[in-house]
Design a protein around this ligand. Structure first.
Ligand SMILES: N=c1c2ncn([C@@H]3O[C@H](COP(=O)(O)OP(=O)(O)OP(=O)(O)O)[C@@H](O)[C@H]3O)c2ncn1[C@@H]1O[C@H](COP(=O)(O)O)[C@@H](O)[C@H]1O
Length: 103
């Protein structure tokens, strides 16, 4: 099992856990909108590091982004498997080809 899958499982297991002992449970207890807001904040922090070009800080911010993405998905009952299925569906089809097919 991948580390991201283990993290997604941990996050799912935190639903309904004690917000005093789990950061994830605390975040989830505030609702999907708050989870989405936190994801947005972390994404902006990653963007800033990407623009600056600091690899080490970008790596840390990317980890925050992935964690908060998974929390946001869990808040709306979207699983990592759901996202992987969508990525699998897209596999092998260039974005250029996909965009051209829309017109
Ligand atoms: N990967 C993470 C993870 N990444 C970030 N965070 C927390 O997310 C919070 C981010 O909140 P803030 O933005 O407020 O923190 P900040 O950026 O330091 O704060 P400011 O700069 O805004 O003041 C911090 O408290 C981080 O510790 C995480 N908390 C938990 N996990 C994983 O989730 C698992 C379960 O954690 P619990 O639910 O706490 O048991 C852990 O074992 C980890 O694997």
């Amino acid at each position: 099992m991948s580390g991201i899958q283990r993290l997604a499982d941990t996050i799912a297991a935190r639903k309904g856990a004690d917000p005093d002992t789990s950061w994830t449970a605390k975040l989830l207890s505030k609702g999907p909108e708050k989870c989405a807001e936190k994801f947005g904040e972390e994404a902006v922090e990653a963007i800033i590091e990407a623009v600056k070009g600091d690899r080490a800080r970008l790596t840390c911010e990317a980890a925050d982004v992935i964690y908060h993405l998974l929390v946001m998905l869990a808040a709306r009952d979207v699983t990592l498997a759901d996202v992987e299925n969508e990525l699998d569906r897209r596999e092998g089809r260039s974005g250029i080809e996909e965009k051209a097919s829309r017109t």
